[in-house]
Design a protein around this ligand. Structure first.
Ligand code: HEM
Length: 577
């Protein structure tokens, strides 16, 4: 970690030199004597007020006051010096901040971010250290760029760093009633517990297996139907969207849009993807409030339009469900996560409004569909660039499962090479390269530095994944590096943090990992893959970092069609909470 910054006039450590203190005291004493002398003169000459009491009196300075000018004039420099030194002495000691680049007035360091902030911050940290302080407009920012710095934020000071600042776009949608941007407190605790225990627990995941299998079957079908030219991302989006929709709403929501808008481009899926896109924009309004009204990037306008349409879709879904629940009777069991939320919303302790229900559902979809989709797309792109690794993975699948059935969750522990491919993909291409910024709830000290309240902390997991002091040949795609290593992605190893760690770590880890492994394994086992043109690994930064150019590939089915058509008896989709 870099050495503490020593800039600033006085820091907590820098005690003023005793000689200066002596001189200041002498000066102040002299000033005091002059003051007394002057006051005595004033008492003797009531026509000479040293301190005028009104503007009129200032205007009427007497001739004898003017005569005092020459007496005070030689003292003026000492007087000024005293005032300056006194101001410095009584000023609150400056915070001892971590090092960081020089910033500009008003914008701070925003100009240094460019279009790939994760890369720019990684470059800056090489110069200023793994714990770096910056300002984005008026917002103080702390950037952690190695495993130790990440541990400080996500473990040692986890509680203080567990708040979030609500981006203005998110506020337009849900006023902080969601989970992703809610502040620590009873609401956050309640919703997070609801999500982790009633939707995303490992136990729940078991009951979702048939739904996931069905989602994968439909993915394999659409790939088969478009085999010559597969736009993989959109196929994966459809599959993950359907899986999340089945487990939260117990229905296929793929083509759902509000009856008030007959436009399919306003389907829930498209609105969710638009909201993810908006959240990825580094909105100037959040950092320079005076620009908010101008909406230079159009985020507020787009956000309002999208949020109105999205709320209309949710409104219909919620109203329809309320009717069904009424018909079912109050004794009936909760069927899916929407039921759980509606039951919770009628409890008194922490009130979840309809806006809260919409917000939490949106989080589940938005956080669930893009993350898994993009991870699988990155993995396949790397495999096409490294055909020998693709072949090795397919050989493993052939040896362990063969061509007679789909890959199941229970097969994953027997597929160590596939698991290393997922880890290696998450190391080089973490889909949330800076996590979601954490915010400090109070002033605190981190590694001897003073970190102000409301500082936004960015953990650059992208930089950590490529840190040459942690990884050998960090830029190479080498899944083998994990074969003899116990490093995993669950937040205990700070060199690999695709899901974050601590209080705000991803609650969807189990579902996300399961989706990624199963989708990738089944795609690799069911098809041979060929690239159409060169695979471009350039990144597009956003809250989810995607391939700049979506992967388009050719697939050839290599298992009998009945494998992807068939239905094992234990795979009949059910969903009861
Ligand atoms: C490959 C799949 C996934 C990856 C890589 C991933 C990654 C992440 C990361 C990095 C964070 C932020 C952690 C932080 O700020 O420290 C996060 C938060 C979150 N994720 Fe995931 N995620 C995935 C899948 C899912 C799924 C499937 C769901 C739910 C259906 C989900 C729901 C959430 C939620 C609700 C949060 C916010 C938690 C909070 O702020 O307290 N994620 N995820």
């Amino acid at each position: 970690m870099a050495a503490p910054a020593t800039s600033g006039i006085l820091t907590e450590d820098s005690v003023p030199c005793p000689i200066i203190l002596e001189k200041v005291t002498a000066c102040l004493e002299l000033l005091h004597e002059v003051w007394l002398e002057t006051s005595r003169t004033e008492e003797n000459d009531s026509a000479f007020p040293l301190q005028p009491t009104s503007s009129e009196q200032v205007a009427e300075v007497s001739p004898s006051a003017i005569a005092m000018g020459p007496l005070l004039l030689p003292l003026l420099p000492s007087l000024l010096l005293c005032v300056v030194i006194a101001i410095i002495l009584i000023r609150k000691p400056r915070n001892r901040l971590p090092p960081g680049p020089p910033g500009l007035p008003l914008i701070g360091h925003l100009h240094l971010l460019g279009t790939q902030p994760h890369r720019s911050l990684a470059d800056l940290s090489k110069r200023y250290g793994s714990l770096m302080f910056m300002r984005f407009g008026h917002v103080p920012v702390l950037v952690a760029s190695n495993p130790d710095a990440a541990r400080l934020i996500l473990k040692s000071h986890d509680q203080i760093f567990s708040s979030r600042s609500i981006p203005s776009v998110s506020a337009i949608f849900f006023e902080g009633k969601d989970l992703l941007f809610s502040q620590p407190g009873p609401y956050f605790k309640f919703v997070r517990r609801l999500v982790t225990s009633d939707l995303l627990s490992v136990k729940r995941l078991q009951s979702f297996r048939p739904i996931i299998t069905e989602g994968i079957r439909s993915l394999l079908h659409t790939v088969t139907d478009n085999a010559d030219c597969v736009h993989l991302r959109s196929k994966l989006h459809d599959a993950t969207f359907n899986i999340i929709s089945r487990i939260t709403l117990n229905r296929e929501a793929r083509d759902m849009w509000s009856s008030s808008q007959s436009d399919p481009s306003s389907s829930l899926k498209n609105l969710l993807l638009e909201s993810i896109d908006l959240l990825g924009v580094l909105s100037l309004a959040d950092y320079i409030p005076m620009l908010a009204r101008m909406d230079l990037q159009g985020c507020a306008r787009r956000g309002k339009a999208c949020s109105t349409k999205m709320k209309a879709v949710w409104r219909e879904i919620i109203d329809e469900r309320r009717k069904t629940r009424l018909a079912r009777g109050s004794e009936s069991q909760d069927v899916d996560f929407l039921d759980v939320l509606l039951s919770a919303s009628s409890q008194d302790d922490v009130h979840i409004t309809d806006l809260g229900v919409m917000a939490i559902l949106t989080n589940m979809f938005a956080a669930g569909i893009d993350t898994s989709t993009v991870t699988v797309e990155w993995a396949l792109a790397e495999l096409l660039v490294h055909p020998h690794i693709l072949q090795k993975a397919q050989d493993e699948l052939e040896a362990v499962v063969g061509s007679t059935r789909l890959i199941r969750e229970s097969d994953i522990p027997d597929l160590p090479y596939l698991t290393t491919i997922v880890k290696e993909t998450m190391r080089l291409h973490p889909v949330l390269p800076l996590l979601v910024p954490h915010t400090t709830m109070q002033d605190c000290q981190v590694s001897g530095y003073d970190i102000p309240r409301t500082t936004q902390a960015y953990v650059n997991v992208w930089a950590i994944g490529r840190d040459p002091s942690v990884w050998d040949d960090p830029l190479l795609f080498l899944p083998e590096r994990f074969l003899a290593s116990d490093v995993d992605v669950r937040g205990q190893h700070f060199e690999l943090l695709p899901f974050g760690s601590g209080r705000r770590a991803c609650p969807g880890l189990a579902l996300g990992l399961s989706n990624v492994h199963l989708m990738l394994a089944n795609l690799l086992n069911a098809f041979s893959w060929e690239k159409l043109g060169e695979v471009d690994l350039s990144e597009k930064f956003g809250i989810v970092m995607t391939l700049a150019n979506p992967l388009v590939v050719k697939a050839t089915l290599k298992v009998p069609t009945h494998v992807i058509d068939g239905k094992d008896s234990h795979e009949v989709p059910i969903c009861t909470m």
